[in-house]
Design a protein. Structure first.
Length: 255
């Protein structure tokens, strides 16, 4: 049975219209450990891009998380793994690629709820004439905001497993260097484009970063250079599927 079929079956069993919000919240409160959510884009209107979600759904998600979770910054991951059994589950919010809406739409919502945000930047997108992505002036302006951390997401957004290891090295070094020069701060974390990595890539990443994030991948042993995240996109942005994602996700208890 595939993961997709299993999830579909579990959705039918766990969430039906007879389930109350209180019951779902109770299931979530039993979770222990931390979870890292991965977003890309949030918009005011429908967008074909499968990883773009609706602003109203995003705000609903953040409101729910604020009432049921504690938030943490990616830089404090280890501290937040040291939680006692009475703690609420904890969540970290991350965005990939550096879309402009991360600042124009996402940031005001997170600021209202005092939620920290990590944005992983693809530096070639910043340098392009495509107005969909943040520019350096916007990034520098928000780099001193205590709620925002910028991380590296490569230069070209190529899957690292398809590249020669020397090209991977250049991607990691140059993306880190470019961002650090612009914001005048260390860039300690990166996210592998498409979640693509192997042991050689991890070994290389260890020489440059404190940690690296991936997409959720089943049946692997996680560590600080393969930190799992859960994608929130058009498939699970609505209220019930979002809650189900939180309930079914495996939470990190140690790395």
């Amino acid at each position: 049975m595939t993961i997709e079929v299993l999830l579909k079956s579990l959705r039918k069993k766990i969430i039906s219209f007879t389930h109350s919000k209180a019951l779902l919240e109770k299931k979530i409160q039993k979770k222990k450990g931390v979870i890292i959510l991965m977003y890309h884009s949030v918009t005011n209107s429908y967008k074909e891009y499968p990883y773009s979600i609706d602003k109203n759904n995003f705000e609903m998600q953040m409101r729910f998380l604020k009432n049921n979770y504690s938030f943490f910054d990616i830089n404090n991951l280890f501290d937040n793994l040291n939680m006692n059994n009475n703690d609420r589950p904890k969540v970290c919010i991350t965005f990939d690629d550096g879309f402009k809406d991360n600042i124009s739409i996402v940031y005001p919502i997170l600021k209202e709820y005092d939620i920290p945000l990590t944005i992983f930047l693809t530096t070639d997108f910043i340098k392009s004439s495509n107005k969909t992505f943040l520019d350096w002036e916007e990034i520098k302006r928000f780099s001193d905001d205590p709620l925002i951390t910028f991380g590296a997401h490569s230069v070209l957004h190529a899957n690292f497993t398809s590249l020669d290891i020397n090209d991977v090295k250049n991607e990691l070094i140059n993306s880190k260097k470019d961002i650090e020069q612009q914001i005048n701060k260390p860039v300690d974390y990166c996210a592998y484009p498409y979640g693509g990595y192997n042991q050689n890539i991890k070994s290389l990443t260890k020489t440059l970063f404190k940690g690296a994030l991936i997409d959720r991948q089943p049946n692997i042993k996680y560590d600080m250079y393969s930190i799992p995240r859960i994608s929130i996109d058009k498939n699970n942005e609505d209220y019930k599927n979002f809650l189900l994602t939180l309930i079914l996700s495996k939470y990190i208890t140690k790395l």
